[in-house]
Ligand binder design. Structure first.
Ligand SMILES: Nc1ncnc2c1ncn2[C@@H]1O[C@H](COP(=O)(O)OP(=O)(O)OP(=O)(O)O)[C@@H](O)[C@H]1O
Ligand SMILES: [Mg+2]
Length: 367
């Protein structure tokens, strides 16, 4: 075994482990294997592999006869993972390794890994749901584009210039929606694959917040709807400015669109305990993040208590005020990719309060 430390107990493995000796007798049968097969380790040990694990492929062929680990090609060293059936139709993912003491020598040990298929099923189901939702989201603007262009082409002379302009404006807005949706989906696939690239540089969060509010005011939202509070002294923040902009734009847009009343944006130095994101190993301890916190609160109806765990999931939306429900999922992905965290609760005034913390993130060479 590579590495030192206490010896590995097969019962601690999350996957099923079955080992057979040179004669095909089971010499190891861990707890996960018992759970997956329903066979007790006591009954398995010492018995023939074919009796303990009578696996069949999806066409009903006996797996051990088909692959013939002890008699087959002497150069074979493993079997890739396959979806096989146990008696009663229970599915398991099976892979095997043929251990020989010398190349082309007889198989001395057969090591078999068993995994349940539930986890894979679940991801497949969520992929299928994602595809269905994306198709639906893309179809509605495209249906509208197609409807207006077809109408214009068929009856061009019958419309006034004003009517034509109105239709083209709708087509234009729908095309923007499709483009934005595709950009969001690309962000999501990068976030999900852990490939969100961060081009970090020094970011002035206070200035970024002011710029975003100015932009909102320029689009016609009254200036007095915003209250900016910048605390001092802010630590230097090393982050990806474009991504930070995306986060701020999303949160401000949400506060204006889904919330009501004054939108308060606070920027302040922060030092807080942050739970490890879900993709890290279970049991990963919380970290202390030192950096800058931004709080965006409004005076609308807020997020209903029962919906709080869902706001950051993709495609969840509470109201029907436009939007695809991807904004907050991307916001969370960006914040966590920076090593920060985000949460939502209720503002003292009753509306939603989103708070995210970004670690200072100063690179080693600057310390
Ligand atoms: N400030 C807020 N006040 C009340 N509800 C909010 C607020 N911010 C978000 N929500 C609720 O959370 C849902 C999800 O927000 P999210 O930003 O992910 O999606 P969206 O705004 O609907 O669409 P998108 O951001 O993709 O255009 C919203 O549909 C809304 O119901
Ligand atoms: Mg949004």
């Amino acid at each position: 075994m590579v590495g030192s430390g206490p010896e590995l107990d097969p019962d601690d493995l999350p996957d099923g482990l079955v080992v057979a000796d040179a004669l095909g007798r089971v010499v190891c049968f861990n707890r996960a294997a018992a759970r997956l097969t329903g066979v007790q380790p006591g009954a398995a040990l010492g018995s023939g592999l074919e009796d303990v694990l009578p696996l069949e492929d999806l066409d009903g062929r006996r797996w051990w006869q088909l692959t013939d680990p002890y008699g087959g090609l002497a150069v074979r060293t493993s079997q890739p993972e396959r979806n096989l059936l146990l008696p009663g139709g229970r599915e398991v993912l099976v892979s095997a390794r043929y251990v020989r003491s010398r190349p082309k020598g007889p198989v001395e040990k057969l090591v078999i890994a068993l995994r349940g298929t539930e986890a894979r099923r679940r991801t497949e189901r969520s992929h299928a749901e994602l595809i269905a939702t994306v198709a639906h989201e893309l179809r509605s603007p495209l249906t509208s584009v197609k409807g207006f262009t077809a109408t214009l082409l068929a009856k061009w002379e019958r419309f006034t210039d004003g009517q034509k302009r109105l239709m083209l404006e709708t087509v234009d807005a729908d095309a923007d929606r499709v483009t934005r949706l595709i950009a969001e989906l690309l962000d999501i696939s990068r976030i999900d694959a852990g490939r969100l690239e961060l081009r970090k540089q020094v970011v002035d969060l206070g200035a970024a917040v002011r710029r975003h509010v100015e932009r909102k005011v320029a689009t016609g939202i009254p200036e007095d709807r915003f209250d900016i509070r910048i605390g001092e002294p802010l630590t230097v923040l090393w982050a990806d400015p474009d991504k930070v902009d995306q986060v701020l734009a999303n949160l401000l847009e949400n506060a204006v669109r889904h919330g009501e009343g004054t939108v308060t944006i606070e920027v302040a130095p922060a030092k807080e305990v942050v739970e490890a994101p879900v993709w890290e190993r279970p049991g990963t301890p919380p970290r202390i993040v030192e950096g800058t916190a931004v709080t965006v609160s409004d005076e609308g109806s807020g997020i209903p208590e029962e919906a709080v765990p869902r706001v950051f999931t993709r495609f969840w939306r509470g109201s029907r005020r436009g939007g695809t429900g991807l904004g907050l999922y991307i916001v969370k992905g960006i914040v966590e990719a920076h090593g920060g965290s985000i949460r939502v609760d209720r503002a003292p005034g009753g509306g939603a309060r989103f708070r995210f913390v970004l670690p200072a993130g100063i690179p080693d060479f600057m310390l």
